[in-house]
Ligand binder design. Structure first.
Ligand SMILES: [Zn+2]
Length: 278
Protein backbone atom coordinates (compact mmCIF):
# COMPACT_ATOMS: atom_id res chain seq x y z
CA UNK A 1 0.00 0.00 0.00
CA UNK A 2 1.17 3.51 -0.83
CA UNK A 3 1.75 5.36 2.45
CA UNK A 4 -0.33 8.32 1.32
CA UNK A 5 -3.35 6.00 1.05
CA UNK A 6 -2.96 4.83 4.65
CA UNK A 7 -5.46 6.51 6.98
CA UNK A 8 -5.00 6.64 10.74
CA UNK A 9 -7.55 7.96 13.24
CA UNK A 10 -6.88 8.59 16.92
CA UNK A 11 -10.04 9.00 19.01
CA UNK A 12 -9.65 10.28 22.56
CA UNK A 13 -12.07 11.67 25.12
CA UNK A 14 -10.33 15.01 25.65
CA UNK A 15 -8.27 17.42 23.57
CA UNK A 16 -4.79 16.13 24.54
CA UNK A 17 -5.50 12.39 25.10
CA UNK A 18 -4.13 11.39 21.68
CA UNK A 19 -0.94 13.35 22.37
CA UNK A 20 -0.46 12.18 25.94
CA UNK A 21 -0.56 8.57 24.86
CA UNK A 22 0.90 8.57 21.39
CA UNK A 23 2.21 11.93 20.14
CA UNK A 24 5.41 10.29 18.94
CA UNK A 25 3.59 7.58 16.99
CA UNK A 26 1.30 10.17 15.40
CA UNK A 27 4.39 12.15 14.32
CA UNK A 28 5.96 9.01 12.88
CA UNK A 29 2.83 7.97 10.98
CA UNK A 30 2.54 11.48 9.52
CA UNK A 31 6.24 11.61 8.66
CA UNK A 32 5.95 8.27 6.86
CA UNK A 33 3.32 9.80 4.56
CA UNK A 34 0.15 8.44 6.18
CA UNK A 35 -2.90 10.67 6.61
CA UNK A 36 -3.68 11.17 10.29
CA UNK A 37 -6.79 12.60 11.89
CA UNK A 38 -7.08 13.20 15.60
CA UNK A 39 -10.42 13.36 17.36
CA UNK A 40 -11.55 14.54 20.77
CA UNK A 41 -15.08 13.43 21.59
CA UNK A 42 -15.46 16.14 24.24
CA UNK A 43 -14.53 19.80 23.93
CA UNK A 44 -12.59 19.56 27.20
CA UNK A 45 -14.57 22.33 28.84
CA UNK A 46 -14.00 21.41 32.49
CA UNK A 47 -10.22 21.06 32.69
CA UNK A 48 -9.44 24.30 34.49
CA UNK A 49 -9.77 25.93 37.89
CA UNK A 50 -10.30 29.48 36.66
CA UNK A 51 -11.47 29.62 33.06
CA UNK A 52 -15.22 29.04 32.66
CA UNK A 53 -16.28 26.19 30.35
CA UNK A 54 -17.13 28.12 27.18
CA UNK A 55 -13.93 30.14 27.25
CA UNK A 56 -11.86 27.07 28.03
CA UNK A 57 -13.42 25.08 25.17
CA UNK A 58 -12.52 27.85 22.73
CA UNK A 59 -8.96 28.05 24.00
CA UNK A 60 -8.56 24.29 23.88
CA UNK A 61 -9.85 24.15 20.32
CA UNK A 62 -6.99 26.48 19.33
CA UNK A 63 -4.57 24.23 21.21
CA UNK A 64 -5.73 21.17 19.25
CA UNK A 65 -5.13 22.90 15.93
CA UNK A 66 -1.62 23.94 16.95
CA UNK A 67 -0.90 20.40 18.11
CA UNK A 68 -2.13 18.89 14.82
CA UNK A 69 0.23 21.20 12.93
CA UNK A 70 3.11 20.27 15.22
CA UNK A 71 2.60 16.55 14.60
CA UNK A 72 1.73 16.73 10.90
CA UNK A 73 -1.85 15.50 11.34
CA UNK A 74 -4.19 16.73 8.60
CA UNK A 75 -7.06 17.50 10.96
CA UNK A 76 -8.01 17.58 14.65
CA UNK A 77 -11.76 17.15 15.01
CA UNK A 78 -13.36 18.25 18.28
CA UNK A 79 -16.88 16.95 18.81
CA UNK A 80 -19.40 18.74 21.01
CA UNK A 81 -19.46 16.34 23.97
CA UNK A 82 -18.93 17.92 27.38
CA UNK A 83 -16.03 17.09 29.66
CA UNK A 84 -17.02 14.76 32.56
CA UNK A 85 -20.33 14.03 30.84
CA UNK A 86 -19.46 11.54 28.06
CA UNK A 87 -21.61 8.45 27.80
CA UNK A 88 -22.04 5.76 25.18
CA UNK A 89 -25.43 7.15 24.12
CA UNK A 90 -27.08 6.42 20.78
CA UNK A 91 -26.55 10.03 19.76
CA UNK A 92 -22.83 9.87 20.48
CA UNK A 93 -22.41 6.48 18.80
CA UNK A 94 -23.96 7.91 15.63
CA UNK A 95 -21.73 10.99 15.74
CA UNK A 96 -18.59 8.91 16.11
CA UNK A 97 -19.77 6.49 13.39
CA UNK A 98 -20.13 9.40 10.97
CA UNK A 99 -16.65 10.77 11.51
CA UNK A 100 -15.15 7.30 11.16
CA UNK A 101 -17.05 6.38 8.00
CA UNK A 102 -16.29 9.75 6.43
CA UNK A 103 -12.53 9.16 6.78
CA UNK A 104 -12.56 5.33 6.42
CA UNK A 105 -9.43 4.75 8.51
CA UNK A 106 -7.41 1.55 8.27
CA UNK A 107 -6.49 1.86 11.94
CA UNK A 108 -8.28 3.51 14.87
CA UNK A 109 -6.56 4.12 18.20
CA UNK A 110 -8.64 4.68 21.31
CA UNK A 111 -8.95 4.15 25.08
CA UNK A 112 -9.57 0.86 26.84
CA UNK A 113 -12.76 0.54 28.87
CA UNK A 114 -10.84 0.25 32.15
CA UNK A 115 -9.56 3.67 33.09
CA UNK A 116 -9.80 6.14 35.96
CA UNK A 117 -11.69 8.71 33.90
CA UNK A 118 -15.31 7.98 33.04
CA UNK A 119 -14.95 9.92 29.77
CA UNK A 120 -12.08 7.66 28.65
CA UNK A 121 -14.16 4.59 29.50
CA UNK A 122 -17.16 6.01 27.63
CA UNK A 123 -15.12 6.59 24.48
CA UNK A 124 -13.67 3.08 24.71
CA UNK A 125 -17.21 1.77 25.12
CA UNK A 126 -18.50 3.77 22.16
CA UNK A 127 -15.80 2.21 19.98
CA UNK A 128 -16.48 -1.29 21.29
CA UNK A 129 -20.20 -0.77 20.63
CA UNK A 130 -19.95 0.56 17.08
CA UNK A 131 -16.98 -1.32 15.62
CA UNK A 132 -19.19 -4.10 14.30
CA UNK A 133 -21.92 -1.66 13.24
CA UNK A 134 -19.47 0.18 10.99
CA UNK A 135 -20.17 -2.50 8.38
CA UNK A 136 -23.95 -2.52 8.85
CA UNK A 137 -25.51 -0.43 6.03
CA UNK A 138 -28.76 0.43 7.80
CA UNK A 139 -26.88 1.60 10.90
CA UNK A 140 -26.42 5.33 10.36
CA UNK A 141 -27.43 5.11 6.67
CA UNK A 142 -26.67 8.79 6.03
CA UNK A 143 -22.96 7.88 6.20
CA UNK A 144 -22.41 5.02 3.72
CA UNK A 145 -20.32 1.98 4.68
CA UNK A 146 -16.79 2.49 3.32
CA UNK A 147 -14.68 -0.18 1.59
CA UNK A 148 -12.22 -0.28 4.49
CA UNK A 149 -13.03 -1.79 7.87
CA UNK A 150 -10.68 -0.57 10.58
CA UNK A 151 -8.49 -2.46 12.98
CA UNK A 152 -8.79 -0.98 16.48
CA UNK A 153 -5.79 -0.55 18.76
CA UNK A 154 -5.87 0.52 22.38
CA UNK A 155 -3.55 3.26 23.58
CA UNK A 156 -1.50 2.57 26.70
CA UNK A 157 -2.78 2.98 30.21
CA UNK A 158 -1.43 1.91 33.56
CA UNK A 159 -4.39 -0.10 34.83
CA UNK A 160 -4.12 -3.76 35.79
CA UNK A 161 -7.74 -4.70 36.55
CA UNK A 162 -9.01 -6.81 34.86
CA UNK A 163 -5.54 -7.01 33.28
CA UNK A 164 -2.80 -4.69 32.08
CA UNK A 165 -2.47 -3.68 28.46
CA UNK A 166 -0.75 -6.22 26.22
CA UNK A 167 1.97 -4.62 24.10
CA UNK A 168 1.20 -6.09 20.67
CA UNK A 169 3.03 -3.19 19.05
CA UNK A 170 5.79 -1.02 20.45
CA UNK A 171 6.85 2.16 18.67
CA UNK A 172 10.19 3.67 19.66
CA UNK A 173 9.57 7.42 19.71
CA UNK A 174 12.86 8.41 21.33
CA UNK A 175 14.09 10.18 18.17
CA UNK A 176 10.94 12.33 17.92
CA UNK A 177 10.76 13.13 21.64
CA UNK A 178 11.10 16.90 21.12
CA UNK A 179 8.30 16.97 18.56
CA UNK A 180 6.12 14.84 20.84
CA UNK A 181 6.86 17.14 23.80
CA UNK A 182 6.09 20.22 21.69
CA UNK A 183 2.65 18.78 20.90
CA UNK A 184 1.95 18.48 24.62
CA UNK A 185 3.21 22.04 25.11
CA UNK A 186 0.56 23.23 22.61
CA UNK A 187 -1.99 22.31 25.29
CA UNK A 188 -0.80 25.07 27.58
CA UNK A 189 -4.11 25.27 29.46
CA UNK A 190 -3.48 21.71 30.60
CA UNK A 191 0.24 21.11 30.99
CA UNK A 192 1.11 24.48 32.49
CA UNK A 193 -2.15 25.33 34.26
CA UNK A 194 -4.58 22.52 35.04
CA UNK A 195 -2.33 19.50 35.56
CA UNK A 196 0.81 20.58 37.49
CA UNK A 197 -0.95 20.83 40.91
CA UNK A 198 -2.01 17.18 40.48
CA UNK A 199 1.55 15.85 40.23
CA UNK A 200 3.91 15.90 43.22
CA UNK A 201 6.70 18.40 42.59
CA UNK A 202 5.34 19.65 39.29
CA UNK A 203 3.74 22.84 40.56
CA UNK A 204 7.10 24.05 41.93
CA UNK A 205 8.96 23.31 38.68
CA UNK A 206 6.25 24.52 36.31
CA UNK A 207 7.86 26.98 33.84
CA UNK A 208 4.38 28.38 33.09
CA UNK A 209 2.78 29.28 29.79
CA UNK A 210 5.39 32.00 29.22
CA UNK A 211 8.38 29.77 29.92
CA UNK A 212 11.00 29.17 27.22
CA UNK A 213 10.47 26.42 24.65
CA UNK A 214 13.37 24.46 26.16
CA UNK A 215 12.06 24.74 29.73
CA UNK A 216 8.56 23.71 28.72
CA UNK A 217 9.84 20.75 26.71
CA UNK A 218 12.02 19.55 29.58
CA UNK A 219 9.12 19.93 32.01
CA UNK A 220 6.60 17.87 30.02
CA UNK A 221 9.24 15.21 29.36
CA UNK A 222 10.08 14.96 33.05
CA UNK A 223 6.49 14.70 34.27
CA UNK A 224 4.63 13.01 31.39
CA UNK A 225 7.20 10.96 29.48
CA UNK A 226 7.86 9.12 32.74
CA UNK A 227 4.89 6.99 31.67
CA UNK A 228 6.82 5.84 28.63
CA UNK A 229 9.84 5.04 30.80
CA UNK A 230 7.54 3.10 33.12
CA UNK A 231 6.25 1.07 30.17
CA UNK A 232 9.84 0.33 29.08
CA UNK A 233 10.50 -1.13 32.54
CA UNK A 234 7.29 -3.09 33.00
CA UNK A 235 7.48 -4.67 29.54
CA UNK A 236 11.28 -5.17 29.55
CA UNK A 237 11.88 -2.97 26.50
CA UNK A 238 15.33 -1.66 25.68
CA UNK A 239 13.83 1.56 24.35
CA UNK A 240 13.93 4.83 26.25
CA UNK A 241 10.57 6.18 25.13
CA UNK A 242 8.25 3.44 23.85
CA UNK A 243 4.59 3.91 22.97
CA UNK A 244 2.72 0.63 23.31
CA UNK A 245 -0.53 -0.54 21.73
CA UNK A 246 -2.82 -3.54 21.99
CA UNK A 247 -4.88 -4.85 19.06
CA UNK A 248 -8.55 -5.13 20.05
CA UNK A 249 -10.33 -8.39 19.37
CA UNK A 250 -13.16 -6.29 17.98
CA UNK A 251 -12.71 -4.87 14.50
CA UNK A 252 -10.45 -6.14 11.75
CA UNK A 253 -7.79 -8.60 12.87
CA UNK A 254 -4.34 -8.07 11.40
CA UNK A 255 -1.45 -10.52 11.06
CA UNK A 256 1.91 -9.36 12.39
CA UNK A 257 3.07 -8.84 8.79
CA UNK A 258 0.08 -6.63 8.06
CA UNK A 259 0.77 -4.63 11.21
CA UNK A 260 4.43 -4.23 10.23
CA UNK A 261 3.40 -3.00 6.78
CA UNK A 262 1.12 -0.34 8.26
CA UNK A 263 3.01 0.92 11.30
CA UNK A 264 6.11 3.12 11.09
CA UNK A 265 9.25 1.14 10.27
CA UNK A 266 10.67 1.23 13.79
CA UNK A 267 7.66 -0.64 15.26
CA UNK A 268 8.33 -3.85 17.14
CA UNK A 269 5.40 -6.22 16.53
CA UNK A 270 4.49 -9.25 18.60
CA UNK A 271 4.14 -12.30 16.37
CA UNK A 272 0.54 -13.32 15.78
CA UNK A 273 -1.05 -15.42 13.06
CA UNK A 274 -4.69 -14.45 12.73
CA UNK A 275 -5.88 -12.21 9.95
CA UNK A 276 -9.24 -11.27 8.46
CA UNK A 277 -12.38 -10.14 10.28
CA UNK A 278 -13.02 -11.27 13.85
ZN1 LIG B 1 -8.47 12.51 29.03
Amino acid sequence: MDRKDLRIMVIGAHPDDPEVNMAGTIAKFAESGARVRMVSVSCGDKGHRVLPPKELAERRYGETQASARTLGAERYVVLDGHDCELEATMEMKLKVTKIIREFAPHIIFTHRTCDYHADHRAVGQILMDITYFLGVPYWCPEAPVPDVMPAVFFMRDKFTVPREIRPDVVVDVTDVQDQAADALCCHASQFFEWLPPELPGAAEENPGVDGSVEDKRAFVKKYWFVRKEMDARRFGLSVRYPEVFELSEYGKQLSSNEIKAMFPECAIVRERESSGMR
